[in-house]
Ligand binder design. Structure first.
Ligand code: FEO
Length: 131
């Protein structure tokens, strides 16, 4: 069983975003597998930083689409992305500098946040932009 099993409930109906969401799930699963197999730390960290970078790319695309489409809750959505990135950066700092958070804990936080976010906030703008 994968760390996150993709299912069509995650689809929001905006093609570019659905493609990116699927890629994020694949990246989550690859990172989780790398941690589970305990492969070289450097390779795990590279996968982690690629995931973090891809989150930025994804948020940027969503925010542009919401702005372009006149989505009325774009500011709340952007705020949610910003808060997530702040938490993420704090966690990365704790991991790198203090070592008081594990990769597994970080991944669990990513997963919970992401599933909740896609099913509520992303679905909402998807419905609006499809109109
Ligand atoms: Fe798909 Fe708002 O992140």
């Amino acid at each position: 069983m994968a760390f996150i099993d993709w299912n069509d409930n995650f689809l929001i109906g905006i093609r570019e975003c659905d493609i990116q969401h699927k890629k994020l799930v694949n990246m989550f699963n690859a990172l989780h597998e790398a941690i589970r197999l305990n492969i070289e730390k450097k390779a795990i960290e590279e996968a982690l930083y690629s995931l973090v970078k891809y989150f930025d790319e994804h948020f940027k695309l969503e925010e542009e689409l919401m702005e372009k489409g006149g989505y009325p809750e774009v500011e709340e959505h952007k705020e949610e992305h910003k808060n997530f990135k702040e938490k993420l950066n704090n966690m990365l700092q704790s991991y790198q500098e203090k070592g008081n958070i594990t990769l597994r804990e970080m991944l669990k936080f990513f997963k919970n946040w992401w599933i909740n976010h896609i099913l509520i906030m992303d679905k909402k703008y998807g419905i609006f932009l499809k109109k």
